[in-house]
Design a protein around this ligand. Structure first.
Ligand SMILES: Cc1cc2nc3c(=O)[nH]c(=O)nc-3n(C[C@H](O)[C@H](O)[C@H](O)COP(=O)(O)OP(=O)(O)OC[C@H]3O[C@@H](n4cnc5c(N)ncnc54)[C@H](O)[C@@H]3O)c2cc1C
Length: 427
């Protein structure tokens, strides 16, 4: 009997985040015998939603761009019942709110807000020019462009300090989860292209509905939850309880830190950006519009605020509103201290009368939210190789820090594994 016949599985995937689930889907499509092992009781990894007394609390505010090409290919958007945010934002600056609107999707709103003091006419023209330039380039080409910190890129384009500080910093900071915009300009251009082409959306049942949709495509034998993998080697995965599972290929789809523990030769240093997310509930909706609020003041803890119930009523029990507040600045405050500070800021933004009605539900402190990416290289499909004999890696940390990046990483690694197995069997 040859090696492949003795192996129980063709591929064992370690980690049931969106990258591992994507790989599982594509490997299954190739007719391979797979098993996905996830340490947690639920799939999803960093895309989780807790149901707390009928409130759907995403573990950190997170959105899907409807234009993500990998999501379009893999997910059933209709079944997710996606709803879109308004394409723009309200910026809180010196005690007033100023609305920004996407000039392509909301041209009339955009023109109406021409007197917005936070951007000048030149900024608007540059946004249009950048949008046109970005639209023409494929994602692969964008990730091949010269890179620099996003903040330098915006300055190179001569955007005014006013729009950089009051709009780009909180808007992009809320996506990169770092306030100084040191993330690679390649990521900025990707994000700019995606949110220009599509909409920021939330599924009806919370962000975890996305990984759950993929997990539902696996059979009972293909998915093992609540089981930590302790060791991997060529042809074998060892579980925490000592059980060994034999396999032709191991695909490590964990976070970077776990990947480097499981595979000592994988030494890539990845530092992670963090975020704290405070949830409040209210009886009165804050806004009829499903819009992102940004802090354009350059001071205070709050970076952005959203009201998920303004687009998905299912995020709260009937008649209730859910408010999510994100803090991205490095912050040593305890949860109570942060809650007090944030509540004070919310009072200044929306008034005492409104905010005194809000009840604090929960605070999430997510230390390891997304890999910080001062530089990014976008893996080419044909370049994926095993990191060690019989072992592959996928995940956002070897791609870009996004749902699209994690899914693409799963897909192209699955493709490489299929080729690898086909060639090995034919040898
Ligand atoms: C707060 C927050 C906001 C975000 N906002 C956005 C956004 O708006 N848009 C966007 O596109 N992206 C966003 N992201 C990024 C996106 O969610 C991630 O890039 C993506 O979910 C990463 O998926 P992954 O599968 O690579 O890793 P993970 O989700 O980390 O999955 C790894 C899995 O491996 C499992 N695992 C670890 N060790 C073991 C072991 N020993 N044995 C078995 N299993 C193990 C873990 O439990 C986990 O389930 C955000 C992320 C966070 C946290």
């Amino acid at each position: 009997m040859d090696n492949n016949q003795m192996n129980k599985y063709d591929v064992v995937i370690v980690g049931g985040g969106i990258a591992g689930l994507s790989a599982a889907h594509y490997l299954k499509q190739e007719g391979l015998k797979i098993k996905l092992i996830e340490a947690d009781k639920r799939v999803g990894g960093r895309m989780k939603t807790d149901n707390v007394e009928g409130y759907l609390l995403d573990k950190g505010f997170q959105v899907l761009s409807t234009a993500y090409p990998e999501c379009q290919k893999l997910l059933d958007y209709d079944a997710l019942e996606l709803r879109n945010f308004y394409p723009g934002a309200k910026v809180y600056h010196k005690h007033s709110f100023y609305q920004f609107a996407d000039p392509f999707k909301k041209p009339i709103d955009s023109l109406r807000k021409l007197n917005n003091p936070l951007s000048n006419f030149g900024d608007k023209l540059k946004i249009v020019a950048l949008r046109n330039r970005t639209r023409r380039l494929s994602i692969e080409k964008l990730f091949d462009e010269k890179e620099m910190p996003t903040i330098d890129f915006l300055r190179e384009w001569n955007f005014s300090d006013q729009i950089i500080n009051s709009f780009f910093k909180p808007y992009l900071g809320g996506i990169f989860l770092e306030p100084d915009l040191l993330t690679s300009s390649r990521m900025f251009r990707f994000v700019f292209k995606m949110f220009g082409k599509g909409y920021a959306a939330l599924p009806k049942n919370g962000m975890e509905a996305i990984p759950r949709q993929l997990a539902a495509r696996l059979s009972e034998d293909e998915l093992l939850l609540d089981t930590e993998v302790k060791q991997v080697s060529n042809g074998r995965v060892t579980l925490k309880d000592g059980e060994e599972i034999s396999t032709s290929i191991v695909l490590v789809a964990t976070d970077a830190f776990t990947a480097s523990k499981l595979i000592p030769s994988f030494t890539k240093q990845v530092s992670m950006n963090s975020v704290r997310c405070l949830y409040f509930t209210a009886d009165e909706p804050l806004d009829k519009q499903a819009i992102l609020y940004l802090n354009g003041n350059n001071q205070g803890w709050i970076n952005n605020i959203v009201v998920p119930t303004s687009l998905q009523k299912s995020y709260a029990p009937t008649g209730k509103s859910l408010i999510s507040v994100s803090v991205i600045k490095p912050c040593n405050l305890t949860d109570t201290e942060l809650y007090i500070a944030v509540r004070g800021e919310l009072r200044a933004w929306f008034g005492d009368e409104v905010v005194s009605q809000w009840i604090h539900l929960k605070t999430y402190s997510i230390e390891n939210a997304v890999p910080s990416q001062p530089t990014i290289s976008y893996p080419k499909e044909k370049e994926i190789k095993p990191v060690e004999k019989g072992i592959f890696i996928c995940g956002d940390h070897v791609h870009d820090s996004s749902i699209n990046g994690a899914i693409r990483s799963g897909r192209i690694t699955a493709d490489a594994i299929s080729w690898h197995l086909a060639l090995t069997i034919n040898q």
